[in-house]
Design a protein around this ligand. Structure first.
Ligand code: ZN
Length: 164
């Protein structure tokens, strides 16, 4: 396992749509382990493939480790199959956009379908931080970052203050 370097916006790879993972190979398992190492080393709670230059539909998440309840999760080929009408705004940071905190509106609840590292198809309803984090990471798989989720005025203000 190893810690990978995290790409920083505006690296063009952060604006690309990623390809499906498909079959769970040893390379996919190694990538997932490295991504978890990298996320913990960077003190993050979520990390998506393209953030480490892996242009595949994979993300890792651990909502509880900072509070002493580690629960590492790996999501392959995730898809949001349902989203609540209710939305909520909250501030989001991003390991690829250091120093920027953007207020982003997102559905409060989602139903997520994905494949796990055993190749098993999973489906779960996510709420709270998990729902927000998963939506943020899936955005990365579609080449979308927080700058793309705010108004033009807010984007200009955030960019003016952004010093990568
Ligand atoms: Zn991010």
């Amino acid at each position: 396992m190893s810690v990978l370097s995290i790409l920083v916006w505006p690296d063009p790879r952060l604006s690309q749509v990623c390809a499906p993972v498909g079959k769970v190979t040893e390379a996919v398992r190694k990538l997932a382990a490295d991504m978890l190492d990298t996320m913990y080393a960077a003190e993050g709670r979520g990390l998506a493939g393209p953030q480490v230059g892996a242009m595949q539909r994979i993300f890792v998440m651990d909502a509880g480790w900072k509070a002493g309840h580690p629960a590492p999760q790996v999501f392959l080929d995730p898809a949001i199959v349902a989203a609540s009408e209710g939305v909520e705004s909250s501030v989001e940071g991003c390991l690829s956009i250091p120093g920027v905190r953007a207020e982003v509106e997102r559905p409060v609840e989602i139903t997520l379908a994905w494949t796990d590292l055993e190749g098993v198809e999973r489906r779960e309803r996510l709420t709270g931080f998990d729902a927000r984090c998963a939506q943020h990471e899936i955005d990365h798989l579609d080449g979308i970052v927080t700058f793309d989720r705010v108004s033009a005025i807010e984007r200009a203000a955030l960019l003016a203050a952004y010093l990568p």
